[in-house]
Ligand binder design. Structure first.
Ligand code: NA7
Length: 544
């Protein structure tokens, strides 16, 4: 802990709250529980009408978690993890939302959460408090003061809606996968256009195709996808996990992504072609994200990567009957560079007579008309358009709040050239502000649940440590932040993951600075560094 912080802060009096938490997703829920348990006055403000964060908003058909349900769940409370019963290997969105509600009930979180309330601004005041402006429809804006402001705003929560000419002239229904309506959407008998072929599209297209009269998919970049091999959970398997849940969780913490998969073999190039195909096939049959864990060098050696890429292309070729459609679906970039997708029957869907694929590189979308989507040479009539066009990832939700730090510095300005944080947890110039799974932390490259828990526990322990020593302000030092950003970039540059136009680098949002945002060194190294920093008295932070 460094006590040589800049100018002393005048006594601030008693704020309305010790900690104001933005967002009622899994990060916000656990923060509230943990901080309340430590005796702090904490309150959650949430723009949505309920808990669940990403699982509150992403209600599109087929929405499902790509991490196995027994691992994508909280571990902080043994009784909770013992009593909750997941039904499938990969949980569907409604089940995850029920789990979030169960957690809120079980820990009596509701009285300290306020919904349908948007945090519009958060300003650090000279008196050492955050002044947070809340906006709710039909009510006058309200300002709340808090000693700490904790952004539990999620990595993928600000929808990216492309500015396609004529978008507002469309007379049919439009949807964004990340802002799906609460009422059932029935596509039966309709002509549906889906724009985008990322994870959300790849999950929803098979479901929409079963209802729609005609489905046209507009693809900008072909994507790699592996089968989920989803199935109902076997009670014996669940019992075995629950008999030593802690053991599974502890083992997960030693793994890159903080979930247990078969350990990788050292190098794809060291195995014979037959061994390699057998290994890829074994992982393919196992299903899910384990595929990219086949070999240690898949994301570091282009030639090794190509062997995995070619395996998936061969699967597409063997699955999709129309050779031209199969060709269009075959990705040519590095596998795992964009987030690997996990599907149930995605490529098979293109064998249905009611499904058509348009490559918008060959037939660019010229405009959206009143009655459909116009591409070069033709207009595709549609009754509904689904934008599966992703998110302004990792920074979008933070930058849309008017956050101002010391001296009135807007976060938007501080991050103009890309996000800069210390550990993805704190930002120089923004005292007493924490970001849960912020840019510069492993977040989206790992199982989000344990990464959230690790951050929540680190932040709440930090706030407790400040209280214990009678300190009121903590701020990341510029030099520590610069070092961390340098380290994050250095690791990213060594990986093939930073080489393509993915949302990891902000390439999906026009004008967004191109910076690899998550920390790519894996959960174990990251969590160890955070623990060391705390144990050293919060090294790299100024405290007063
Ligand atoms: P993604 O993965 O960002 O996918 C968005 C898709 O939309 C992707 O295929 C994009 O093509 C496409 N897109 C984006 N903008 C446009 C425009 N202007 N025109 C045509 N197509 C466009 O978002 P998801 O919601 O699927 O998944 C996000 C994460 O959620 C996922 O990675 C998991 O971690 C869970 P592009 O590839 O940019 O060429």
């Amino acid at each position: 802990m460094n006590d040589t912080a800049d100018a002393a802060v005048p006594d601030s009096g008693t704020p309305d709250l010790d900690a104001l938490i933005v967002g009622a997703g899994f990060a916000g829920l656990y923060l509230l529980h943990r901080l309340r348990g430590a005796g702090f006055r904490a309150r959650v403000y949430e723009a949505g009408g309920g808990v669940g964060g990403t699982w509150y908003w992403n209600r599109y058909p087929g929405a499902r978690c790509d991490v196995e349900s027994l691992s994508y769940s909280y571990q902080f409370d043994e009784a909770l993890q013992q009593e909750w019963e997941w039904t499938e290997r990969y949980a569907v969105q409604p089940e995850i939302l029920r789990y979030a509600n169960h957690v809120a009930d079980r820990f009596a979180l509701w009285p300290d959460m306020q919904f349908d309330t948007r945090v519009a601004a958060a300003h650090w005041d000279a008196d050492g408090l955050w002044r947070v402006r809340l906006e709710a429809e039909g009510r006058a804006p309200e300002t709340v003061t808090a000693r700490f402001c904790i952004m539990a705003t999620g990595c993928l929560s600000t929808a990216n809606l492309p500015d396609i000419p004529g978008r507002n002239s469309f007379r049919g229904a439009t949807y964004h996968t990340g802002r799906w309506p609460h009422e059932e959407v029935d596509f039966t008998g309709l002509r549906v256009a889906v724009i985008g072929t990322g994870s959300s599209a790849i999950q929803s297209i098979p479901a929409i195709a079963k209802q729609a009269a005609q489905l046209t998919v507009f693809q900008r970049t072909a994507n790699y996808s592996v089968p989920a091999q989803n199935r109902p959970l076997d009670p014996a398997e669940v019992a075995a996990v629950k008999a030593d849940y802690r053991g599974l969780r502890e083992e997960a913490k030693t793994r890159f992504g903080c979930f247990v998969v078969d350990l990788p073999r050292p190098s794809a190039l060291a195995d014979s072609p037959e061994q390699r195909v057998a290994e890829f096939e074994r992982r393919w049959q196992t299903g899910g994200l384990t595929f990219m864990a086949s070999y240690e060098d898949l994301l570091y050696d282009a030639e090794a990567n190509e062997t995995a890429a070619e395996f998936v292309r061969a699967k597409i070729r063997a699955t999709v009957r129309d050779p031209e459609t199969a060709r269009t679906l075959m990705p040519t970039n590095v596998i795992g560079c964009k987030r690997l997708c996990v599907d149930t029957g995605y490529f098979e869907t293109y064998n249905r007579p009611n499904v058509r694929l348009i490559d918008i590189n060959e037939q660019p979308i010229s405009e959206i008309t009143g009655s459909g989507v116009a591409v070069e040479g033709e207009e595709i009539a549609a009754d509904a358009i689904v934008f599966a066009t992703g998110f302004d990832a990792m920074t979008g939700s933070l930058k849309r709040i008017d956050i101002r730090g010391r001296g009135g510095l807007p976060l938007r300005d501080a991050w103009e050239a890309g996000p800069r944080t210390y550990l993805g947890l704190a930002v120089n110039g923004f005292p007493n502000l924490f970001t849960i799974t912020g840019p510069g932390s492993p977040s989206v490259l790992t199982n989000m649940m344990p990464s959230i828990e690790q951050h929540v526990e680190w932040v709440s322990d930090c706030i407790e440590a400040l209280r214990d020593r009678g300190a009121t302000v903590i701020e990341a030092e510029r030099a520590a932040q610069d070092d961390w950003v340098g380290h994050v970039n250095e690791l990213a540059d060594a990986s093939l993951r930073s080489t393509c136009s993915s949302w990891y680098v902000g390439a999906n949002v026009p004008g967004k600075p191109r910076v690899f945002m998550p920390y790519i060194g894996g959960y174990p190294a990251y969590a160890a560094r955070c623990a060391e920093i705390a144990a050293a008295g919060y090294e790299g932070f100024a405290i007063r």
